[in-house]
Design a protein around this ligand. Structure first.
Ligand SMILES: Nc1ncnc2c1ncn2[C@@H]1O[C@H](COP(=O)(O)OP(=O)(O)O)[C@@H](O)[C@H]1O
Ligand SMILES: [Mg+2]
Length: 206
């Protein structure tokens, strides 16, 4: 359902460094994918192209056979994608509940409770929460979305082992029971082992 076709990418400030070099891959619905690779191998870059936050220098990203640029990248971001960023990207002047409601109309309170954010914490400014708590809020926001594709950039990086396990099983259910396409960048071996497919990024290639 999500296709990467001959995609190449470099950053404009570093034109001689090809971050992605003619990558092609087909991501299917109902599966969880783990993307591994050393730091700087282009994992975040690939996710941001899949998310429609940036465009490939060459090649195309297609959803159900249609280039994501054709209906517009904002259409793609709004309707196809839910995203857990590496740096959470929470809105700093909103509470956790308000942040989760931005993800979709689902019950923010229930999702946050499920993610272990208690009622007092839910009402605080998100910037006053710990890194792990912010990560839980970011995941809850992604879970509120009805989008068919979930992209997560090192989502368990700031979480204790038990919570990380929880997140992995939630993500797996989203793929296997709700039929979503779940793509997770990770350093965690445990998470990667739970995935249906593991991709390695190295020297711009998958
Ligand atoms: N905004 C940017 N401008 C220039 N180079 C960048 C930028 N972001 C990342 N890079 C470079 O692109 C390469 C891939 O980065 P990234 O996708 O963040 O890797 P990863 O997520 O695997 O650690 C690295 O060499 C990094 O230094
Ligand atoms: Mg990264």
């Amino acid at each position: 359902m999500l296709e990467v076709k001959n995609v190449s990418y470099f950053y404009k400030s570093q034109k001689d460094k090809l971050v992605l070099d003619q990558i092609s891959y087909q991501f299917e619905k109902g599966k969880m994918y783990a993307i591994l690779g050393t730091s700087g191998s282009g994992k975040t870059t690939l996710l941001s192209l899949l998310a429609g936050l940036d465009v490939p220098v060459k090649g195309e990203i297609n959803v159900s056979g249609e280039n994501i640029s054709s209906k517009g990248l904002s259409y793609h971001r709004k309707n196809n994608i839910s995203l857990v960023f590496q740096n959470y990207n929470l809105i700093d002047y909103l509470t956790p509940v308000e942040n989760v409601m931005l993800g979709g109309k689902a019950d923010a309170e229930i999702l946050l409770t499920h993610m272990g954010i208690d009622s007092a914490t839910r009402k605080r400014n998100v910037m006053k929460l710990s890194g792990g708590q912010q990560q839980r809020v970011a995941i809850a926001r992604a879970l509120a979305s009805k989008a068919p594709i979930l992209l997560a950039d090192e989502p368990t990086g700031n979480l204790d082992e038990a919570t990380a396990k929880d997140i992995i099983s939630i993500f797996k259910d989203l793929a296997h029971e709700q039929g979503k396409c779940v793509i997770v960048v990770t350093h965690s071996k445990e998470l990667a082992e739970e995935a249906d497919d593991i991709l390695f990024l190295k020297d711009g290639k998958i």
